[in-house]
Design a binder for this molecule. Sequence first.
Ligand SMILES: [Zn+2]
Length: 329
Amino acid sequence: MSEHYSPQVDAQRQMPMKSGVNRRKAIVGAFSLAIVQAGDKVRNALQSEKQPTPEKPTLTIEFLEKKFKLNSEELGLVKTLSEDLHLEDIYRILDLDENDRVVKDENERREWLKINPLLGVSGMEHLGLKSEDIREVAITRFPKGLFYMLHKVVYVDEEIPMPEAYGRNLRGSEGAHVETFTGEIVISKGHKSNLQPHDILNTMRHEAGHFMSPLRNRLLTRQERLQLKQALVDRLKTKVEDHFFSDYVDNISNTDKKAETNYKSEEYLAEIVSFYLSQHLSSHWKPPDAKIVAELIQKMHPGFDVKKMSDFESAKLSEWSKSYFQRKH
Ligand SMILES: [Zn+2]
């Protein structure tokens, strides 16, 4: 896989919806429910495609301010973000505190990071790989805090279509996606036959970025999540030559421009996290992108040394490649 993802490589699918239209309907439907219900009920509604579509509720900044008791900085961020994003998408960032355990401050984050990470891996036998190999590198290779959101990596031997909401330039089968509620990375047949350990790890780097997103990152406070989203949206507004180049992000298109900005900002984060974790130090790398990722990763793993991690991975990969090819031939 090249350093830039081909259109078929990956998609972020936050919900198991068949199309962008259904997804939006479900978000709007679920949103009105969220006002009166909480927890699992909201999740069930989000996951149900048969949910009737009620009238779109009037979602306002004032409503968000009151419901989430926003402080003045958070309110300022919500106001600025609402110029580029739908309030429904901002709601989802704020709502993480309502439905999940999220750190409240730096001290709490430090406490959380003391727990040893666990990761389930399955389905790799379809590829002739050992699940333990992938698990060992992933646990050592990725920022520790990631494993509060990511619990499992699964390979499914089938083709899964790209989400329609990503537009007509990105048709075909996806390479992987994340399932927020179960904390899984689902890798599928999509882009390549004969996947090898380094392909799986490449895919995981991008998907890991999705789990660090403001929509899911329970190691970031609400204000930090809003700030991160703002930073990403701001990066997209700079000239193409001034931000990180990704064919994949560029090719996302939706007639709803605010929705498009939301999708693009999420994929932009996944792309720069992936680029950082693969230790690419090329001319493509722009200082503001490096700053966003480095700060984010240090929060998720203080002292994380990307160079050391890459060396460990390279050594392991060459060891496995030998045994992989010996098994094959
Ligand atoms: Zn993605």
